[in-house]
Design a protein around this ligand. Structure first.
Ligand SMILES: [Mg+2]
Ligand SMILES: [Zn+2]
Length: 106
């Protein structure tokens, strides 16, 4: 399954509910799932971890759909040719922490 197919699937399953719920509340759900992912990482439970990665991806996908963003397209456009800052793969930016922040659009 491609990312775009997953995004479409999630939109078909939850799109109407999520649009009605709106951006702010949907974003809070995403944040909550990120918290659950954090807890799963601390607990080191493989089953829990896999489920939470799926949840975060699903909520990120629905939020993108609400805003008309094609996740597969924008990810490929930004990262498809390597690090957006230095254009290298792997990244060869001098300072890992600040460049990482810049690379992820902060
Ligand atoms: Mg969860
Ligand atoms: Zn770089």
């Amino acid at each position: 399954m491609h990312v775009s197919e997953f995004q479409q699937l999630i939109d078909t399953i939850y799109g109407a509910k999520d649009r009605e719920r709106g951006t702010a509340t949907t974003f809070m759900w995403l944040a909550e799932e990120v918290g659950e992912l954090s807890r799963a990482l601390r607990r080191q439970s493989r089953e829990e971890l896999e489920g939470e990665f799926a949840d975060v991806f699903a909520w990120l996908s629905t939020l993108a759909s609400i805003h008309g963003v094609d996740l597969e397209a924008v990810a490929a456009a930004k990262y498809g040719n390597g690090c957006p800052r230095c254009s290298a793969t792997p990244c060869s930016c001098a300072e890992p922490k600040p460049s990482h922040t810049v690379a992820h659009g902060a």
